[in-house]
Design a protein around this ligand. Sequence first.
Ligand code: ATR
Length: 282
Amino acid sequence: MGINGETKMVGILGHPVTHTLSPRMQNAAFKAMGLNIRYVPLHILPENLPAAVAGIRAMEFLGANVTIPHKVPVCSLLDRLDVSASRAGAVNTIVNREGLLEGHNTDGAGFIRALRETADIDLPAAAVVILGAGGAARSIAAALAEKGAPRLAIINRTRQRAEDLKALLNRDFPALDVIIRMPDEDLGDLLSASRLLINATSVGMEGHLKAVPLDVDRLTKDHVVCDIVYAAQETSLLVAAREKGATVMGGLAMLLHQGAASIHLWTGEDPPLSVMRNALES
Ligand code: ATR
């Protein structure tokens, strides 16, 4: 189906955005679904985010995905947030309802779906360690809290962002035990006492693979280790975890499921996961 006067547009707002696999995955889905929709990368500098959001309205885009570093700041530019976005304090999907921009968050649900595919894990009994406190970390942490995770340790380079995430989580989940640690502290005991370890920092994106601040010797076959980074198919964290016998999950699975959930929000239809998976792997 060629582009014509009826073509609807969706974009991904990010900085940088050149690494993104979303256009390939989402366009493959729209094609397979027979929908006249195109998905484009949109490089948006932070200072231009308000103008870009206004542009979604002005150009009558169906909506957009939102990625680094805009997931948190975009919240205040939208007309309303659904519960997934307000709980996470982060938006990865904008839906344009006749000029009214609605913020959603499919990262959390996408992560949970990917996790369920990968491991048989009893979340209400699973202590979690999460690296990072940015938009992706917030979404995943809120989704895990919603599924009943009892304890969550946040490790982040910038302490204030971890404090902000703790406050956000305890606002909606007062019984959740949230611990904050700095990357240079001894994290060994914390790791030993946990079941699920998630790297939700962007370390890896710019070639900082060596920066993962963890004593991987503490990992065992009982751990489930997830890395949201998908630029390199297997990050150094996952390679090390696999060597220890842990169950590992890379970023592509979460990317797939958050993208499918976004398409459902824009179109009301479920996209073909196998087509999307093939597009990511080709
Ligand atoms: P996203 O929306 O993908 O989460 P983000 O909101 O910009 O992106 O957050 C990026 C996360 O990666 C943050 O937790 C950030 O740590 P700070 O809060 O200290 O900035 C983390 N991060 C980015 N680069 C990092 C690095 N080189 N070492 C450690 N953490 C890093």
